[in-house]
Design a protein around this ligand. Structure first.
Ligand code: MYA
Length: 338
């Protein structure tokens, strides 16, 4: 869907405070590496992920999302009573019910007429949340939407390491759980608005999507365990990304050389380099956060965008492509004119 009247008003990311290196995780896993005959520098060496962040013990996904939301509200100057909807897109959640969005709504002290709900779609949910909000904004139903995401990889990382140190663990199980060790934590929040009331915002032109749900069995995640077929996920993810890119090229007249910045879902060095090669993109235009932050699920694309903004990489008028993908498989690609 394309939009004429939707802008990103403000964006803010929050880093979790504890930096945990891949070397530290690999040290903890040393007995498993030895027993299974796996080389012990695989994580940092092959994925290119040197570190990820953890929140302090007890920090809930809603706390992470609320921190980012407080930051974006302050940055934007938008008063809380003007926010008409809050959509939480986190994979991690405080409880199965109530929604994490309602906890964030309560912590922020938003008004009783501010709608709130969770929207789930694995690593793609933030882009989907932007799209749902944009449809309401385009129709003039609302003035301001807040999309938030808070991820906490500490519980799954610690549970995975404990499990993989078990005496009965096979090499096959190790490989199936390996991707869990790439996950990271963080918080991000975005305020979207209508161009006519926020003329200085960054135009959100819309997105295109494609699905390949015959591959919904390639990555299954719970709060404490994720099982991934890394090989097939990489191959089929790339195929879906290429098909979606073709649709985006047609919809937004994309010529790779004319895109100024490309913000992609952050999985690993292997995935980034393969995608850049396949789509004929310029790697210098791709802002990578995975080396320091790992894979932060649906928060990865907006956090990478926020970091690029903080570093002054985004100039007014830049054409920014957002390339998202999530287990399922689902893929969306969007354009923002900064
Ligand atoms: S779901 C989360 C998905 N995340 C991951 O899969 C991250 C972890 N995976 C990787 O980094 C790569 O797939 C690896 C393989 C590195 C595993 N366990 O040449 P290779 C060893 C342990 O065959 P590659 C999500 O985010 C292998 O023995 N070790 O490796 C949403 C060898 O070691 P050695 C393993 O295929 C959806 C070495 O690695 C495993 O190049 C994302 C190299 O082997 C394993 N499982 O990489 C959809 N596998 O040298 C995908 C291999 O000692 C998106 N090894 O023999 C794709 C597009 C991306 C963005 C798109 C945006 C639109």
């Amino acid at each position: 869907m394309k939009f004429n009247n939707v802008v990103i008003h403000s964006l803010a990311a929050v880093d979790a405070p504890i930096r945990v290196t891949s070397a530290e995780l690999e040290k903890q896993l040393e007995p498993a590496f030895k027993r299974l005959g796996i080389r012990n520098n695989l994580l940092e060496n092959v994925t290119g992920i040197g570190a990820r962040r953890f929140w302090e013990e007890g920090t809930m996904p809603s706390d992470a999302a609320t921190l980012a939301a407080e930051k974006v509200i302050e940055k934007s100057g938008v008063s809380r009573d003007k926010i008409n909807i809050v959509i939480n897109t986190s994979v991690c959640r405080d409880y199965l019910e109530p929604s994490t969005a309602c906890i964030v709504h309560g912590k922020l002290g938003l008004s009783d007429h501010c709608m709130n709900f969770d929207l789930g779609n694995a690593c793609l949910a933030f882009l989907n949340g932007m799209d749902v909000a944009a449809r309401m904004l385009e129709r003039g139903e609302i003035d301001y939407a807040l999309v938030v995401d808070g991820e906490s990889s500490r519980p799954i990382t610690q549970a995975t390491i404990k499990r993989l140190l078990g005496k009965d663990v096979t090499k096959q199980q190790f490989r199936a759980e390996f991707a869990s060790l790439t996950l990271g934590s963080g918080g991000v929040a975005m305020i979207l608005s209508r161009k006519e009331i926020s003329p200085d915002g960054h135009a959100y032109l819309g997105s295109v999507s494609r699905a390949a749900t015959q591959f919904s069995d390639l990555c299954h995640g719970q709060m404490d365990c994720m099982v991934t077929n890394t090989k097939v996920l990489l191959t089929e993810g790339l195929k879906l990304a290429a098909a979606t890119f073709q649709v985006a090229k047609n919809a937004f007249n994309w010529v790779p050389a004319e895109l100024d910045q490309i913000v992609i879902h952050q999985v690993s060095k292997v995935h980034t380099e393969a995608l850049v090669k396949l789509l004929d993109l310029d790697i210098n235009k791709v802002h990578a956060i995975y080396p320091e932050l790992g894979n932060i699920g649906p928060a990865a694309v907006p956090i990478a965008l926020a970091k690029a903004e903080e570093l002054g990489k985004l100039k007014k008028g830049d054409r920014v492509a957002l390339l998202g993908i999530g287990s399922g498989l689902n893929c969306s690609m969007a354009e923002v004119v900064w």
